[in-house]
Design a protein around this ligand. Sequence first.
Ligand SMILES: Nc1ncnc2c1ncn2[C@@H]1O[C@H](COP(=O)(O)OP(=O)(O)OP(=O)(O)O)[C@@H](O)[C@H]1O
Ligand SMILES: [Mg+2]
Length: 504
Amino acid sequence: MNRQVRLSLKLKIFLSVGLFYLAAVGTLTFLTIRSQRDLLLTQMAERAKAGINLLELSVTGALYKLDTFRLETIAREAKALPDVDYAYIFDDKGRIVGDFNEDQHLLFSTFNDKLGMRVIKSNKTLVVIEESRGILDISKPVKLGHEKLGGIRLGFDLKPIEQEIEEATYRAVAVASTIFVVGLVILFGITMRMTKPIERLTVAAKRIEEGDLEYRVRIERDDEIGGLAAAFDQMAERLMQREKELKESQNTLRRADRLSSLGLLTAGLAHEIRNPLVAIRTFTQLLPERYNDPEFRDGFQGLALKEVDRICGLINDLLSFARPSRSKVVQENMNDVIDGITRILESEAKEKNVEITRDFAASLPKVWIDREQMKQVFMNLILNAIQAMKNEGGALLISTRFHSKDQSGQPGQFVQVEIRDTGVGIPEENLEHIFDPFFTNKDEGSGLGLSISHQIVQEHGGYITVESKIGAGTSFFVNIPVGKPARAVVKDQPSANEESFSYR
Ligand SMILES: Nc1ncnc2c1ncn2[C@@H]1O[C@H](COP(=O)(O)OP(=O)(O)OP(=O)(O)O)[C@@H](O)[C@H]1O
Ligand SMILES: [Mg+2]
């Protein structure tokens, strides 16, 4: 769409100025040709007038005497002048008394054309251009004193002049076309120079809208566009700063959420660690007196190793969850991620009489995820489910499957994880608020769990939906897209602050 807008802006300026320019050059060329033509015709008329004036001197006497032989000679001589097409001398009654034609066939006849009638009656020199015939007709009355004796009528051929006008027209059009083309090239250059920075601003706005906050326009100009670009870059800089601050506070919240989730597990975990330690302590107490019993020794060693390994594994899981690791987006099998997190939660579930059942789809496609962030999502959802089942316990079903619809029901490819509990359910009026930050109905709750989970899933390009029935239970569906990693998670880098929390 933008490309179209950019093109049309360029095109609009180019077309409007271009058309105006064409009209200006066209009008100027037309006026030049017209005045050139008028000039040539005036010159011709002047020449014709000079010629007819000259003839008048010799015609007067012959006409007075009505010497037709002399008049015929004068008419022939006049016809011999350059570009003269016809030459007639007529008497005061309008009869032709000097005919340039060899056979004198018009002698004593009168002009039968319209102009001829005017010529006979006129008392002035008449110059008429008859374009249809290609002739300049000039006539002049011949007088002796006040008495009109007759007149002379000459026709000049306009062809040579027309040819000259044609050549002048060609020349003018050629010069005008050259000027027009050169002007167009210059206009194109100016248009480009004007629209280029606007194009760059448009690209920059688009890049920033897509999340590339490091993109800058960098147009150094002293005009308004330069000012706009500088303001734009400054705005992007501030936006980047804000985004950084926002990210930092989000990270702080996420850390707090992780630690508070761990806090909820302490009772169950203490149990989980104390039981094997009690067993090891009992064996250690018995060791001095049963030292010589190889069966006891082997049994003790096997059990101690197994229990210590279990405790180590649990502590490792806890540490990996507690410490915010470097953001790492890799292709993972969702079933493994859930397995990892349920290990830590199992003791808490047992404590609350909740039975966890898994129903994993066997051949799920791998998804691009940040394992630690995803674990945080499932930790929140599973803890919520356990808490929803109160003290009487219940069943918690964690299932995975392939899902082929996106949030708006359009076709898509997702891996879906469902966490279903048999807890109290969520009242309908609360359903639209549970993802809001700080929405909670628990005395000890922060109300951040679902809002953070929602944010993490969104950053992965996925979405969460809920189905709930009061008294029957709730299902949370986490959908993570199959395919390329979402941009938001790839870009997510830990801040300097976060590093200081690292265990490494
Ligand atoms: N599985 C569930 N069954 C019933 N209600 C739920 C369930 N999950 C969430 N809720 C409701 O949504 C609210 C918000 O959950 P959220 O995880 O955001 O915060 P919280 O659990 O109250 O606090 P925190 O997560 O900080 O301990 C909960 O207080 C609870 O009322
Ligand atoms: Mg919660």
